[in-house]
Design a protein around this ligand. Sequence first.
Ligand SMILES: C[S@@+](CC[C@H](N)C(=O)[O-])C[C@H]1O[C@@H](n2cnc3c(N)ncnc32)[C@H](O)[C@@H]1O
Length: 374
Amino acid sequence: MTSHDTAGPLSADNTPAAVGGTDLTNPASLLARAVLHLHEGNPAEAERCYDACIVADPDGAVAWGGKARCRLAVADYASATEFAVAALARAIDAPEYGRLLMETAARAGDLELLGLAAKRQVRLFPEERDAVAFRQLVPETLLTPADEDGDALEAIEHVLRTVRDRRPRRYGQLLQCLLARRPRSILEIGVFDGRNGADMIHAGGRTPAGTRALRYIGFDLFEEMTAEVHKKEFSKYPLSRLEVGAALSAFNDNHLLVQGYTQDSLKAFGAAWDGAVSPVDFVFIDGGHSEETIESDWNNVAPLMSERTVVIFDDCYLDKVAALDGLGCNSLVGRLAEDPRYLVEYLPIRDCFEKEFGTLTIVVVKVRLRPSFI
Ligand SMILES: C[S@@+](CC[C@H](N)C(=O)[O-])C[C@H]1O[C@@H](n2cnc3c(N)ncnc32)[C@H](O)[C@@H]1O
């Protein structure tokens, strides 16, 4: 298996036009082509077709489910679970996607998620419990009723709805990743109003107890934002540190909000950091949008990564125009994609905004350490 296979599509060029030999305007034709590629043992090519379908319709459960199967085929079980979550979020009443999530969680060795998915499946489709496949996949002990089941399953439903309904849409991909991977900690660079932080903590925590305990560290200028930085960083005006902290305290007891320029604050955090005590499993880089600041944020985050860490960059601009010169993560992630140490994936959902300079199209990019470099 090549590293390309495990990383999935390696370029932003997953437009329908980039998928050769198929009627690219016809989603049914792309789906059929994807199934064929998968049966022929070419999951990377199949995934390109599924990605092109998701570009056209981000709510297509079939394409997300297909993407999950592509990752099962290359033994990338955590990513398979992410995409199974995305499929189930778009078809919450479909038993096949509940089963797919159980299968990916089982393969990933994630007994907590397997138990939650199995209990959810039995609630919705009681007859499934007697199926041989179900009994082979789910140890009976995972189905033992617990007092907190009702709240835990309601929390999972809430995350699934948020994955589907979050706007801008690309942010739902962070939440499916967090629900699938249950990180021990989340670092968010660019807290803004805390809304995304709240969604991420709920998704990563999974249950009310997990949400309360999950470590979240948010970096922002908060009240130190100035008009000059606002312009240079193509930024937004954040809420105050106290306001965000009060909102997070309603459901989480383990957050830390760090105020200051990340060029300084992240560096200081890294210098004092002990990976054995506080592993960093998930990072969202969405602070200052100048290339200089994104580069600095990455340089401070990269040494904190382990084999479990997922880093997601916001602000990769497709069809980048001159008005965006000096902004965005494009050139950095382009270089990381060429660097053998990293697996780089452009996630498929695109958000488009009309601006005075034309259409701004944004995608998020996921970066992990390549296993052979750990
Ligand atoms: C685009 S917003 C973040 C959005 C947030 N992640 C969300 O999803 O809602 C960017 C944030 O980064 C902060 N920021 C910009 N430049 C920064 C810098 N150099 N250091 C620290 N924070 C910065 C801004 O104050 C702003 O709140």
